[in-house]
Ligand binder design. Structure first.
Ligand SMILES: NC(=O)c1ccc[n+]([C@@H]2O[C@H](COP(=O)([O-])OP(=O)(O)OC[C@H]3O[C@@H](n4cnc5c(N)ncnc54)[C@H](O)[C@@H]3O)[C@@H](O)[C@H]2O)c1
Length: 234
């Protein structure tokens, strides 16, 4: 086991990549708090982890709301008895061209995908630094931070913002034996992306990018290539 007695918060862990991270961390011996807005799905993840002998808690939290973040972290730290690892995974996507994009949609993506990373990282560091036990902060970026496609300028801006933010955090917290990293996954079949893979997008993508044939595999198979990177960040 790689994470015995560690205490981890994973945001947006009721579904998709975050759920896989929470389950993997629990299997590796960590207690895990799932912070998400989908309470029913969070409870199902907790039940799955407990059934396998792990320790997990579901805590309602809109990761873009500072009051909810502060309360959820306090509850997480109380439940687990501390905090060693934060994974900022919460993310949503919408599709609009710049010219058609509503201000509300821009604000929603930046708040959910980027501001959430600031709020959760700041709150985690306020717990980790005084404890003097080091720690790990990991944020889930995206290949979209560096490769552009039409109709997701807000998502791309948020992911680019996460990477710049994490580089600065890393330089600030290194003296406290806390590492800050981002992971930049490529396309992974989850509820976030399935609606984007329409038949025409799929056939265009398969023609242009033969490696995307991998998308035919399930999310968990795709995630196999994710773990070697996560193992270095943790
Ligand atoms: N799926 C991909 O292809 C892909 C590729 C690169 C990066 N990513 C990134 O990985 C992360 C996870 O994506 P996914 O594909 O697993 O998505 P998903 O839609 O399967 O899961 C996202 C989770 O975030 C939760 N969530 C949404 N808004 C929230 C909020 N305000 N507060 C707390 N939780 C909230 C949802 O309830 C859900 O459980 C995201 O940051 C995404 O940008 C995904």
């Amino acid at each position: 086991m790689r994470l015995p007695k560690k205490k981890a918060v994973v945001t947006g862990a009721a579904h998709g990549i975050g759920k896989a991270i929470a389950k993997r961390f629990a299997k590796e011996g960590a207690a895990v708090c799932i912070l998400d807005i989908d309470d029913r799905a969070s409870a199902e993840v907790v039940a799955e982890i407990e059934k396998s002998g792990g320790i997990a808690y579901a805590i309602h939290c809109d990761a873009g709301d500072s009051k909810q973040v502060n309360a959820a972290f306090d509850q997480s730290i109380d439940s687990m008895g501390g905090l060693n690892v934060l994974v900022n995974n919460t993310g949503i996507i919408r599709q609009s061209s710049v010219i058609d994009m509503a201000e509300e949609e821009w604000d929603l993506i930046i708040r959910t995908n980027l501001k959430s990373v600031f709020l959760c990282t700041q709150k985690a560091l306020k717990e980790m630094i005084p404890k003097k036990e080091g720690g790990r902060i990991i944020s889930i970026s995206s290949i979209h931070a560096v490769i552009s496609e039409p109709n997701c300028s807000h998502y791309t801006a948020a992911k680019g913002g996460i990477e710049g933010f994490m580089r600065t955090v890393a330089s600030e917290v290194a003296p406290h034996r806390i590492t800050a990293n981002f992971i930049r996954p490529g396309a992974t079949y989850t509820e976030l992306t399935i609606p984007m893979y329409t038949e025409s997008v799929k056939s265009h993508s398969m023609r242009e990018y033969p490696l995307l044939k991998l998308l035919k595999r399930t999310g968990s198979q795709m995630l196999r290539s994710f773990w070697p990177v996560m193992n270095r960040a943790i």
